[in-house]
Design a binder for this molecule. Structure first.
Ligand SMILES: Nc1ncnc2c1ncn2[C@@H]1O[C@H](COP(=O)(O)OP(=O)(O)OP(=O)(O)O)[C@@H](O)[C@H]1O
Ligand SMILES: [Mg+2]
Length: 295
């Protein structure tokens, strides 16, 4: 892979969750990351997949210094996450959105919530107001600034969480199953916002999900299994290797399965289809050709 401007660099990292009170490595320790090396360019949209316990959240926590590797180094924009001097710069650059929207909201109004992170990093009040208005607009929540977060839907809460990060002017947003508790509409809203931030503001996105369809229009898909990277490439490259996807305990996007079955039934199909959009095009072409034949 060619890199232009490496933003995240994990160099040979390993990490185990230690058993309590054990200073020395012990056999009971859970190895969650095993020799992971991964570079991610500024502005990339990366989807991270893997079965339960494969190490996705552990990796995510290494990106903003919530966890430090036992072995190896993680740098963010060249700053070592083990360097305490830089930890707040790193946390400001890398915002995290987690699964449960209710655990992430601290303010009694949306506006107060959006101010919270900025207060922590000492942004002036006048500047804060401007950034709140900006961030709320970006996630389409301008009309809700005075509202109590408890009144919002899950999707709206996650968009408020994203706006709170945006107000800190991040370089990267890590979404650790941020769409998992949302209904289809909420998921769609959050993904739309995330894609806009990626394309328009060049914010690097690491989106961890169990929804295969969400991987289809990423720049890059990374599959973890047992704390190791088992696939890394474009969505087409990764899903083309059905065997490896299944070995990692995952399923192919459903539409991809449909095409695989059609092929098995002897229907000639060109290309490897992974998204509904691609499938629609293939079907539309086939139907039009058939119409043409009939005339
Ligand atoms: N706080 C912890 N203490 C001990 N072991 C942990 C802890 N957190 C995670 N683990 C273990 O580390 C391994 C990796 O877990 P991790 O949470 O990173 O997986 P994940 O890919 O995010 O899974 P999921 O899809 O379920 O969120 C698993 O074996 C898990 O049981
Ligand atoms: Mg997880």
């Amino acid at each position: 892979m060619d890199y232009k401007n490496i933003f995240i660099n994990a160099d040979n990292i390993s990490f185990s969750y230690k058993q309590m009170h054990d200073e020395e490595p012990s056999r009971k320790d859970v190895k969650a990351l095993d020799n992971v090396s991964l570079k991610i360019d500024k502005g990339q949209f990366v989807v991270m997949l893997g079965r339960n316990g494969s190490g996705k959240s552990t990796f995510a926590k290494h990106i903003n210094g919530l966890l430090e590797p036992d072995i190896g180094i993680v740098t963010i924009a060249g700053l070592d996450t083990k360097d305490y001097e830089h930890i707040w710069d790193i946390r400001r650059m890398v915002g995290m959105v987690f699964q449960n929207p209710d655990n992430q909201i601290v303010g009694t109004t949306v506006e107060e919530d959006l101010a919270f992170g900025m207060e922590n990093i000492g942004i002036e009040t006048s500047e804060m107001r401007e950034r709140i208005i900006d961030a709320a607009k970006t996630v389409d929540m301008s009309d809700y600034l005075e509202k109590a977060p408890s009144m919002l839907s899950g999707g709206q809460k996650q968009r408020v969480a994203i706006a709170g990060i945006l107000a800190m002017r991040p370089e990267c947003i890590v979404l650790d199953e941020a769409t998992a508790m949302l209904d289809p509409v909420g998921r769609e809203e959050v993904l739309r916002v995330v894609k806009i931030l990626n394309k328009q503001e060049n914010i690097t996105i690491i989106h961890i999900t169990h929804h295969m369809e969400e991987a289809c229009d990423a720049d890059r898909v990374i599959v973890l299994d047992e704390g190791r990277i088992v696939s890394d490439g474009t969505p087409h490259e990764v899903f083309a290797n059905a065997k490896s996807i299944k070995k990692a305990g995952l399923a192919l996007p459903q539409i991809n399965e449909v095409f695989a079955q059609l092929r098995e039934m002897g229907v000639e199909m060109q290309g490897d289809i992974i998204s509904i959009d691609e499938a629609s095009e293939v079907f539309a072409r086939a139907i039009n050709e058939k119409k043409g034949d009939g005339q």
